[in-house]
Ligand binder design. Sequence first.
Ligand code: MTE
Ligand code: MO
Length: 318
Amino acid sequence: MLIKRPRGWELPESAATPEALVMGRRKSLGLAAGLLAAAGAGPALAQGAAPAADPMAAARNPRYQPGRDLTPERDVTTYNNYYEFGVDDKRIHRAAQRLPLRPWRLKVDGMVERPIEFDIDGLLRMLQLEERVYRLRCVEAWAMTIPWTGFQLSTLLGLVNPLASAKYVTFETAAIPAVMPGLRQSWYPWPYLEGCTIEEARNDLSFLAVGLYGKALPPQNGAPIRVLFPWKYGFKSGKSIVRITLTDQRPVCFWERLQNQEYGFWANVNPEVPHPRWSQATERVIGSNERVPTRLFNGYAEQVAGLYTGLANERLWA
Ligand SMILES: Nc1nc2c(c(=O)[nH]1)N[C@H]1C(S)=C(S)[C@@H](COP(=O)(O)O)O[C@H]1N2
Ligand SMILES: [Mo]
């Protein structure tokens, strides 16, 4: 059963059109058909959806200026962190080539009006993609600057209509023992699960990436779809997502479960709050290897600082 609540599709077309996507009637007809196709309802229904020639050839959004040079593509795709495929940064890209990328289903469920299980290609045909250059800051004090192709997380939320009771969003990533040697390390709390508040998820910066450098995302960077919270340490940005769940319970995430003292739920970048074992004051820029100062919220304070007012008792920086 691919569509959990098929009755949703019997709604009049106007009611079924996701509010997040404001568009004319013709386009909304296409979108409704696209939603059905994306949910796996069959090729006959896909005709209204306009297949883009190359969805990854998306225009760069000029609103997001990283303020530093792009990291060379080669470094982005060969220096990785992806524990399911091992712990050696430089070898992960080879191991990850075994990840089967199709078919790929993305389930969005929990406290939503309309749970949907998307087929990734159907989803991509339906959405307008854009390119954004974001800074990425790993908690281990290295940094990159990457042109990602994708769409805002808020657009996806608009397709499922979260209930008012939903307070958190969790991201569960793929766990495929046959191709992921890391899963044999049973002390890790697989599957890799990360999460955020619904306000964070709705922030314009929260992004679902399906490409980088104008090409489909390589497996080692989280193909076919990964989330990005550029103002948080990189471990919050889960790769190869299979399920997004809206909930009223704050999740205990992968790294928090493993080592609560060092890695928390919020994990916002802050140069003044050291990790228990190292300073976060500077970061190593992958590619040039130069050390530069770390910036508060990784340079995105203007867009996100407002999310954290009234949370003084929370460990916002770990
Ligand atoms: N599923 C999964 N997602 C993950 C990780 C992981 O080990 N498994 N590592 C995280 C960490 S610690 C970082 S820094 C970023 C690295 O992303 P990149 O390899 O694309 O630079 O992915 C994050 N997402
Ligand atoms: Mo990281």
